[in-house]
Ligand binder design. Structure first.
Ligand SMILES: NC(=O)c1ccc[n+]([C@@H]2O[C@H](COP(=O)([O-])OP(=O)(O)OC[C@H]3O[C@@H](n4cnc5c(N)ncnc54)[C@H](O)[C@@H]3O)[C@@H](O)[C@H]2O)c1
Ligand SMILES: [Zn+2]
Length: 370
């Protein structure tokens, strides 16, 4: 049995705990009761997640919970869903002292989090993330929100949870593709600030791909600590938090250019990390051998949908319209070495175009890890 970890996250509203360990989901009832009295536990989840993990969670509340299910496709992550959920909370009797438990991946967490932030101007929120992306990323840090037809995550709130319960066993029912998508974000943490995590991934990637529980038990708390550390120091992304966007300038453009239906987010981040690595090499800020290690590890995670044929100028247009762009300058998080990145805003657009054009061949080239 792996140990259970408890990681404290600093937020402006107070410190909250992230518990990570096997079996924690079935003990949620006890954990939530530590938050103090409540007038009702309202579990917000999706039918798919509920089918796998709902009964165990409900049993932990000994019958004292209500369940509201909603579709967790990315296309449902929008304001009408928020309104419907708020109305269902009213009709099922939720008041100011209710606790909302978000059971699911990033979509459930973002929507339920925004509902918790808005309903009666805010009720307590507990995240129970069930995807790898949600456990290492979206459940920690307090970003909640929904999409508009004009773009992703354009309406939302910073609303830290009171508690996060990450159970690696929940990942056993995830599809292989969804699971791999999360591994790209795990690699991101290594490059961004943790060379030891990176070396571990190089050694144990095959075990991780098999969802080996000891390996998962090692990386999950490590990634959660990395995220907790960054958001604890920069809750509202005024500076440091930007480093979490390694690989994301290209990734967001790629997702937007393909209508959000070709790549899973992590897969786009995989491509984006390769692109950012190449940009860093072109600026001579990253040694080639380190670049080969990054690209090699990303490729080892497995197949990503191939890159679409989109002209470089179109990609640049999308990047210029991104939230991350400031004063017309594209912003990239580029690696200096494995374990250290830098935010830059002076990458010439020709370099971006060149890397975009060369990306398919970079991904095909043999690397030491392949
Ligand atoms: N708030 C943040 O800081 C933050 C960070 C990263 C991503 N996000 C958001 O998260 C969303 C992506 O989240 P995601 O990658 O977790 O995917 P997801 O929530 O879209 O879930 C992916 C699929 O897996 C299913 N699923 C979830 N858990 C399962 C389980 N244990 N077993 C079987 N199936 C399961 C879901 O029903 C869904 O079909 C995006 O909307 C993104 O914008 C937010
Ligand atoms: Zn991401």
């Amino acid at each position: 049995m792996n140990p259970t970890h408890c990681i404290a996250v600093r937020a402006s509203s107070g410190t909250y705990e992230v518990w990570c360990g096997r079996g924690i989901l079935a003990r949620a009832g006890v954990q939530v009761s530590r938050l103090g009295e409540n007038t009702g536990i309202f579990i917000l989840s999706s039918p798919r997640v509920w089918k796998h993990w709902g009964p165990a969670l409900r049993a932990s509340f000994r019958g004292g919970s209500k369940t509201i299910l909603f579709d967790d496709r990315e296309t449902s992550k929008r304001l009408p869903t928020v309104e419907r959920l708020c109305r269902q909370l009213v009709s099922t009797g939720a008041d100011r002292r209710a606790v909302i438990v978000a059971l699911g991946g990033g979509v459930v967490g973002d929507v339920a989090g925004f509902v918790a932030a808005s309903f009666l101007r805010g009720v307590r929120l507990v995240h129970l993330p069930t995807t790898l992306v949600a456990q290492v990323d979206s459940a920690v840090g307090g970003k909640t929100g929904v999409n508009l037809p004009e773009g992703k995550n354009l309406v939302g709130a910073f609303y830290p949870p009171r508690l996060v319960l990450a159970d690696p066993d929940a990942l056993t029912t995830l599809s292989a593709r969804q699971y791999r998508s999360g591994l790209y974000e795990v690699i991101k943490y290594g490059v961004m600030g943790d060379a030891a995590l990176y070396r571990y991934l190089e050694r144990r990637l095959d075990d991780l791909l098999q969802r080996n529980s000891a390996a998962l038990g090692w990386i999950l708390p490590r990634c959660i600590r990395a995220k907790a550390d960054v958001v604890g120091r920069d809750e509202r992304e005024s500076g440091l938090r930007e480093i979490l966007n390694f690989g994301h300038t290209f990734a967001h453009a790629l997702e937007a250019a393909t209508g959000y239906n070709r790549f899973l987010h992590g897969e786009a981040v995989g491509w984006g990390m390769i692109a950012a690595t190449q940009l860093a090499v072109a600026r001579e800020m990253l040694p080639e051998d380190e670049a080969a290690r990054i690209i090699g590890l990303v490729l080892r995670v497995g197949p990503r949908p191939p890159l679409p044929r989109i002209p470089a100028r179109r990609m640049l247009e999308i990047m210029r319209a991104d939230k991350k762009t400031r004063g017309g300058h594209l912003r990239f998080v580029l690696p200096q070495r494995i374990g250290r990145v830098e935010v830059v805003d002076d990458v010439p657009e020709q370099s971006v175009s060149r890397v975009w054009r060369e990306l398919p061949s970079i991904a095909r080239a043999p690397t030491s890890d392949n």
